[in-house]
Design a protein around this ligand. Sequence first.
Ligand SMILES: Cc1cc2ncn([C@H]3O[C@H](COP(=O)(O)O)[C@@H](O)[C@H]3O)c2cc1C
Ligand SMILES: O=C(O)c1cccnc1
Length: 365
Amino acid sequence: MLATTTDADHRDPEDALAALRAAVGPGDDGAARDARERQAQLTKPAGALGALEDVSVQLSAIAGSCPPPVPARPAVAVFAGDHGVHAAGVSPWPQEVTAGMVENFRAGGAAVNVLARACGARVVVVDVGVASPVEPGPDVLVRKVRAGTADLSRGPALTREEALAALLVGAQVAADLVAQGHDLLLTGDMGIGNTTPSACLVAALTGVAARTATGRGTGVDDATFARKVGVVERAVARLAPDADPVAVLAEVGGLEHAALAGFVLGGAAAGVPVLLDGVIAGSAALVAVALAPHAAAYLLAGHRSVEPGHTAALRHLGLRPLVDLDLRLGEGSGAALAVPLVRAAALLLGEMATFDGAGVARKQG
Ligand SMILES: Cc1cc2ncn([C@H]3O[C@H](COP(=O)(O)O)[C@@H](O)[C@H]3O)c2cc1C
Ligand SMILES: O=C(O)c1cccnc1
């Protein structure tokens, strides 16, 4: 079982967030330098392992050691919440699919369960804001901040207090998973309508236009897409120019977005790599990095989603996706798929022979 109460629960939420931000430090430059030097000694042309070399350097910087430990116990946290903006007609799916999918996760039948089994990851579902009641259970945590957001097309989705509370839930889940021995944290989400707040966060935090940030989510038709772009455009226009990242979350975000931002910060504060999924995770990571810029050093992009806002978020975060398979699912599916690649990167740096060790001749000139 994950812990339910901690000292953090008794602190003022603004103070708890300040402490969390302060706990996110930079990666270890020395270990990164060692990793780059070691990559140059391995029996291959320099750079021939492409982005896997960069991942190995990043894992070294995060762990503070070269070679880095190979992630052995990944865990995906699937944060679930509902969205008042569903009433504005931005998704063709009924809202109760969110709760239905929570039961599917519990039973092990969703895509993320299958992909997590394939890579040996634990799946933990966290209800931060499902509209209907969710029964707690083994690896189904009920941390509901409220039963769905308010309709962001009409006003703020959340109060600042609610956004902070959800963010701190996510940070606590990350801290608990790391305390239980998980060494690679994967982001997951479930919430019908959640690509709309994702688009809002991307537009607000990267500066791209609503039309660029907005995608077709679960597959909306042209009329719904046009309506969605309008909703995003008008919601983002309400934001004060000096709105801080928590104010942005509260105005146009979602409960799972807030929790995911906290989860990223919690993982980074614990010194553990965080493997991101698609546009929901990417938009939440924008919030996390706006709150604590060093958090970017702990982030890996599992994949590139079809959602255009995800590409904008990845560009802003300076992340290269490990997998690009036209996925548009969420749940943590694209993060789970990338786990073998992250492990491969660490294994290669640790186990490949060097030119000197293997007696292989080097490049001439
Ligand atoms: C059966 C089903 C399973 C899902 N698993 C993830 N999503 C994904 O799709 C939703 C976002 O798309 P939109 O903003 O268009 O509603 C989220 O629930 C997301 O997790 C699903 C969606 C459905 C329908
Ligand atoms: O990018 C994602 O994660 C995504 C895309 C479409 C629908 N749900 C999630």
